[in-house]
Design a protein around this ligand. Sequence first.
Ligand code: NAD
Length: 274
Amino acid sequence: MQAIGIIGAGQMGAGIAQVSAQAGYNVFLSDVSVERAQAGKDGIAKIFGKLVAKEKLTQGDADAVLARITPVGEYAPMSEAGLIIEAATEREDIKRMIFAEAGKVLASDAVLASNTSSISITRLGQVSPDPSRFIGIHFFNPVPLMKLVEVIRAADTAQWVVDAMVALGKRQTRVPVVVGDTPGFLVNLGGTAIGTEGLRIMQEGRATPSQVDAVMRDTCGFRMGPFELMDLTGIDVNFPARKIIYEGFFHDRRMTPSPYHESLYAAGKLGRKT
Ligand code: NAD
């Protein structure tokens, strides 16, 4: 497989495009319009500009990687790809529509993957042409810096597809871990405990977000506190994820989402992106 299609050119899709092109793959990067896809590519060029200025990357290497990324506004060119990774907005209706449409251009031996943070891979796979070639591949933010990638085996995923995604992750210089298809997978399930508790402490007026972050950073050794992480990830990503994880565990009280979190989401106060 030498070409990868990526659907969704936001912070994750652009990052996945970057590490894929750096691994030598040709990338078709798409979004709701070719202009949005181009904006994703422009963001990568901006990052490369800074790395070239700091002499961490040569202009020649930057140009070669960028030349491998083609922004597209439709799925048709992705019929060449051996793998399509979806990294669109965290909404099941949007993802279902994408998989139904992308499935129409998918080559007969190609793999379809989702970068969802929380939606069931088994359920999403049912709208794809062949659930045995459907898998989760969950990168972390910011993709170029975060080495971990979760390879999520759904109930129907074939073993060769799991092996192929582990090999892909290694070629992208990631550290792949194979995990089961449970709500939040591995890392976001662990993170739910910290984020949910942080929100509860704040809502009860016991500490401010910056105090909670300081405790987790300075005494527990975390790189970021839960509020800093929510701010970076985007409330439009982490609030729906919390709700999906809570519902996925049949309303386990330990995972109850926070009304304050929901109010930020409703108000469009999404963190750094707004
Ligand atoms: P984002 O808002 O930065 O990007 C989402 C992109 O999807 C946007 O550019 C939007 O225009 C595009 N999009 C929406 N509908 C589309 C469609 N029908 N076809 C093509 N593109 C469409 O969001 P993000 O943070 O990049 O998250 C994307 C996915 O990655 C989500 O599933 C999220 O759960 C997952 N994820 C996010 C993080 C994170 O920290 N932000 C980490 C891991 C996984």
